[in-house]
Design a protein around this ligand. Structure first.
Ligand code: PSU
Ligand code: MN
Length: 302
């Protein structure tokens, strides 16, 4: 039930670097029509850095690894008509032949099965503020899937200290790329120190390879801060996040609907500035992911 786009299948077969991209950010995380621009921009950033992009989604019950432009257009245009699927939801969509956008958890699980080792996204899910029981399935999949996820940390609307603690509990290797701190999505810094910083992507590729091939371990979260020029200072975005969280509590928005609701509220309240920041950080992640995939493909093979 996994259908590889011809270009992606050929690349995987030939050892050409491939970068997976998720579809929930397109269908649920960003407003139309910016979402289509972002989907195309992420693919272009991957190509510009020497890798083949593979946007992953479930279309009419089939897992697509690599969407063509018509596929990206349908995903962006129909948006929330694609259900939001975590890894656990996939079987239902496949069996019922429905359309679903894949979150980080579903995309990482599929990428691992397809043999794609690098995946770029904006920000992973994590532990929600206030409700310590709402922990994204992204973290559990990251713990076991042999995939490097390049992101600007976890989304700032989450409880970042608890999210970092949970990553540690689960045994996810968290590495800063050009940072000593967990980035805070819209802002470069969170004040939360990371144990590892690796700026040289050839070294990071070696670390990933050792982790997967020698140790048989799982995911690597590569934390790549938003470019300074696109950053929204924490003191600007925090009150906006607080207001969005209060609104969600008032309307009793919980579960899968919560993250999309908060992102939409933040986009409205910042008149699109959050969307511009999200776009810039995701494109930067795609570029670094492609460079990491190129470095992995260049490792000597036994
Ligand atoms: N990153 C973004 N925008 C998004 C998401 C990530 O820049 O919309 C999505 C991802 O798909 C992530 C999901 O897996 O939000 C987390 O949702 P939840 O908290 O319900 O697990
Ligand atoms: Mn959740």
């Amino acid at each position: 039930m996994i259908r590889l786009a011809p270009e992606v299948g050929d690349a995987l077969h030939a050892g050409v670097p491939v970068v997976a991209l998720e579809s929930t950010i397109v269908a649920h995380g960003l407003p139309w029509p910016d979402n289509l621009d972002v989907a195309r921009e992420l693919e272009a950033a991957v190509r510009a850095h020497g890798a083949v992009p593979a946007t992953i989604a479930v279309v009419r019950g089939e897992i697509r690894v690599g969407l063509d432009d018509a596929g990206l257009d349908e995903l962006a245009r129909r948006g929330a008509e694609f259900r939001k699927a975590g890894a656990a939801d996939l079987a239902v969509h496949l069996a019922r032949s429905t359309d679903a956008a894949t979150t980080v958890s579903a995309t990482a699980a599929i990428a691992a099965r397809a043999g794609i080792r690098v995946f770029a996204t904006g920000g992973i899910g994590g532990v929600h503020r206030g409700d310590a029981a709402d922990v994204s399935h992204d973290l559990a999949v990251l713990a076991r899937a042999p995939v490097a996820v390049v992101s600007a940390g976890a989304k700032a609307l989450l409880d970042l200290p608890r999210t970092l603690e949970t990553l540690e509990t689960l045994g996810v290797l968290v590495v800063g790329h050009e940072t000593d701190e967990l980035p805070a999505f819209y802002s470069r810094r969170s004040g939360l120190a990371l144990d590892h910083r690796i700026d040289d992507l050839a070294v990071l590729a070696r670390v990933c390879d050792v982790r997967w091939r020698e140790l048989g371990q799982g995911g690597v979260l590569v934390c790549n801060p938003i470019p300074a020029a696109a950053e929204i200072p924490a003191e600007t975005i925090e009150p906006v996040i607080a207001a969005a969280l209060a609104d969600a509590a008032l309307r009793a928005v919980t579960g899968k609907a919560l993250t999309p609701f908060l992102l939409a509220r933040i986009a409205e309240a910042t008149a699109g500035a959050s969307v511009r920041a999200n776009r810039a950080l995701a494109a930067h992640d795609a570029a670094v992911a492609a460079r990491l995939a190129v470095a992995l493909a260049a490792l000597p093979r036994a």
